[in-house]
Design a protein around this ligand. Structure first.
Ligand code: ACM
Ligand code: ZN
Length: 534
C-alpha cells in the first residue's frame, strides 16, 4: 500500500501496523461512548457531518449494539506507557476503537482519525460521492513533551476572535496544547482590565505603524486598534478548553510596557505623557521599580488575569528591559539603596521576585523569558529560553528549574525562510546538547513564537506560520528516533491538501528553502521585510 493511500499523519504516531481491509463510514455507523465522553462524541459527530453529510447517532455504551459499523470511544485504566495524553486506535472493517486513559487521549485519537480519513473530510460543505474509508490498522501513540506551544503576539497586530479560534482549531489538529497569548507590549494593550479602563481606552490604540522592516523610518499612516473584553476572553478560553488547549496569558513586564505607560504615565520613572508606540525595537521607558504604586497596579492587573484564566500559569515576560531610566530615577535609586543592591540589573531581579511571590500566593506558576533568569531568581518560575546565555539555562535545570525552549534561531515564526528554512526548523531539538539525562524531564517542551511586528493580516500570518508550525508540532510529539525530514516532507505534502481545501495560506516548498545566494544575507533578512504571503 502506498503512503498516500495508507497513513500520512502529522505528528507521526509512535507505532502503527496497517493490515488489509478498510472501514467505511456510512449512514449506518454509530458512535458508542462512555458517559464521560459524550461531549467528545458530539464533537466527533460535528466534525464529520459537514463534509460527509452523515449525521452519526451517538449512543452510550450501555445501549444495545445494532448491526451497523461502530466507532467506540472508551476510557481505559491508566497506562504508564501512554502517559497522560496517549491513546490507542484499532480499526477493523466493522469497528473503530479509540481508547485512552484520559479524555485528552480520546481527543487526540479523534484528531488522528481525521487524518486517516480523506483530506476532504475537513470541508465545510458536503462532498458527494466520496467513499469515507479508513485503512484497517493498530496504532499506539503518546507525546514526547507535555508542553507543545504556539505563541501569538497580538499586541503588535490585533487579529481578533475569529482568527484566534481558527488558530486553536489548527493547533488541535496538530496536537499542540499550549496557546501562549502575548497580549501587551509597547504597541498595544489588548485585554480589558476592569480596574484600569484606560489600558484599553488609550492603550489599545496607536496612530500608525512602522512598516518596511527594522531600520525603516516609514510609517503607514493607518490607525490600528483592538482589544478583547473579558467576556471575549472567557469565550476563547472555553473554545480552547474544548480542544484541550491551555491558554497562557502574557503580561510583559517591566519592559515592553509603553502602551500601559501611555494609559497611566505615573507608572513610569519620568511620569511625562507618552503615546502608544508606533515603531518597533527597544524602548527606554519601562515601568518604574521604585514606586510602590507600580506594584499595586501590577498586582491588581494580575489579580484580574488570575481570576479570568483557569490555567494557573501566567507569563510575566521580562525580556529586553533597558535600565537607562532606572539609573536616573530617584525612586529607583532609593529602592536600590534600601534593598542593598549594587546595580540596576539587580532591580529587575527584585521586581521579578516580588511578582513571582505574589503569583505563587495565588497558586499560580509563573513563566519568565530567560533574560530575567539568574541565580537569585526565587519561587521556581518556568523559564522560557529564546536567546543567549544557554549556560544559565543549564545551571537552572541542574538546580531543579523547568524550561520551555524557543531558541530564536529555529522557533521564531516571524523570521524569514532564508534565516529559518523549514529544514532547519525541523532540526530543532529542545533538549540542550550538554544536558545530562537526569534533567531531561525538566525540559517541558517547546514553543514556536509568532511575533507580530511585520505581520499585519491573516494571509501574511498564515504564510509565516505554515508550514513551520507543522514541523514544531512533530518535534513536540513524535519520539526523537522517528524524526525524519524526508518522511515529514512527504506527509506534509499530503497534509497541506487540507489547507488548499479550506483556503489556509502557507509558504510553498520553493519558498521554505533557503537559497544559497540569499543565505549570504540571511541576517539582513531579519532587518528587512522579506516579500511573501500575498
Ligand atoms: C523576545 O523575543 N523578546 C522574547
Ligand atoms: Zn523609577
Amino acid at each position: 500500500m502506498s503512503r498516500i493511500q495508507s497513513i500520512n499523519i502529522i505528528p507521526e504516531p509512535v507505532l502503527f501496523n496497517i493490515s488489509s481491509g478498510k472501514f467505511i463510514l456510512t449512514e449506518g455507523t454509530r458512535i458508542y461512548s462512555d458517559q464521560k465522553l459524550l461531549k467528545l462524541s458530539e464533537y466527533l459527530k460535528n466534525l464529520l457531518l459537514p463534509a460527509t453529510g452523515i449525521n452519526l447517532i451517538v449512543k452510550q455504551t450501555k445501549e444495545k449494539i445494532g448491526n451497523g459499523t461502530l466507532i467506540n470511544l472508551k476510557l481505559t485504566e491508566n497506562n504508564e506507557e501512554l502517559g497522560f495524553e496517549g491513546y490507542n486506535i484499532e480499526v477493523n472493517s466493522k469497528d473503530i476503537n479509540i481508547t485512552a486513559p484520559n479524555p485528552v487521549g480520546i481527543f487526540y485519537g479523534i484528531q488522528t482519525l481525521r487524518q486517516l480519513l480523506p483530506p476532504e473530510v475537513i470541508k465545510s460543505s458536503i462532498d458527494e460521492n466520496r467513499e469515507w474509508q479508513i485503512p484497517c490498522l493498530k496504532l499506539e501513540d503518546f507525546s514526547r513533551f507535555s508542553w507543545r506551544g504556539y505563541m501569538l503576539d497580538e499586541a503588535r497586530h490585533f487579529h481578533g476572535k475569529e482568527i484566534v479560534k481558527k488558530m486553536l482549531d489548527l493547533m488541535a489538529l496538530l496536537k499542540l496544547n499550549k496557546f501562549h497569548w502575548h497580549l501587551t507590549d509597547d504597541q498595544g494593550w489588548r485585554i480589558e482590565i476592569k480596574k484600569y479602563p484606560k489600558l484599553t481606552e488609550i492603550g489599545s490604540k496607536r496612530e500608525e505603524t512602522q512598516v518596511g522592516g527594522r531600520f525603516s523610518k516609514k510609517r503607514d499612516g493607518i490607525p490600528h486598534s483592538g482589544y478583547y473584553s473579558q467576556k471575549d476572553i472567557q469565550e476563547i478560553i472555553e473554545y480552547a478548553g474544548d480542544r484541550f488547549i491551555q491558554i497562557i496569558p502574557e503580561i510583559d513586564l517591566p519592559g515592553h510596557t509603553r502602551a500601559a505607560l501611555a494609559s497611566y504615565p505615573n507608572l513610569s520613572c519620568k511620569g511625562y505623557p507618552f503615546r502608544v508606540s508606533t515603531h518597533f525595537g527597544f524602548h527606554k521607558d519601562v515601568m518604574c521599580v521604585g514606586k510602590e504604586e507600580v506594584f499595586e497596579f501590577i498586582q491588581n492587573v494580575l489579580k484580574e488575569i488570575v481570576d479570568l484564566f483557569p490555567s494557573n500559569i501566567v507569563h510575566i515576560g521580562g525580556d529586553e528591559v533597558l535600565k537607562d531610566r532606572w539609573k536616573e530615577c530617584p525612586d529607583c535609586q532609593l529602592r536600590l539603596e534600601k534593598e542593598g543592591l549594587k546595580r540596576e540589573k539587580e532591580l529587575q531581579t527584585y521586581f521579578t521576585n516580588r511578582i513571582i511571590t505574589f503569583l505563587n500566593n495565588y497558586k499560580q506558576k509563573t513563566v519568565i523569558w530567560n533574560d530575567a533568569l539568574n541565580e537569585n531568581i526565587k519561587g521556581k518560575p518556568i523559564c522560557q529560553y529564546w536567546f543567549r546565555r544557554i549556560k544559565e539555562v543549564l545551571k537552572y535545570l541542574k538546580k531543579g528549574g523547568d524550561m520551555i525552549m524557543s531558541d530564536f534561531r529555529y522557533t521564531y515564526l516571524d523570521h524569514s525562510y532564508t534565516f529559518t528554512p523549514l529544514k532547519l526548523a525541523y532540526k530543532f531539538e529542545p533538549i540542550p546538547k550538554k544536558l545530562d539525562e537526569r534533567y531531561h524531564k525538566q525540559v517541558l517542551g517547546l514553543e514556536a513564537l509568532m511575533w507580530g511586528e511585520y505581520v499585519p493580516n491573516i494571509k501574511r500570518l498564515e504564510w509565516q506560520i505554515f508550514p513551520r508550525l507543522i514541523a514544531f508540532a512533530e518535534i513536540g510529539w513524535t519520539p526523537k528516533s522517528k524524526k525524519n525530514f524526508n518522511s515529514f516532507q512527504e506527509r506534509l505534502n499530503f497534509f497541506l491538501k487540507r489547507f488548499d481545501i479550506i483556503g489556509i495560506n502557507y509558504a510553498t516548498f520553493r519558498e521554505v528553502k533557503s537559497h544559497v545566494l540569499k543565505r549570504l544575507f540571511k541576517v539582513f533578512t531579519l532587518a528587512t521585510q522579506e516579500k511573501g504571503g500575498t
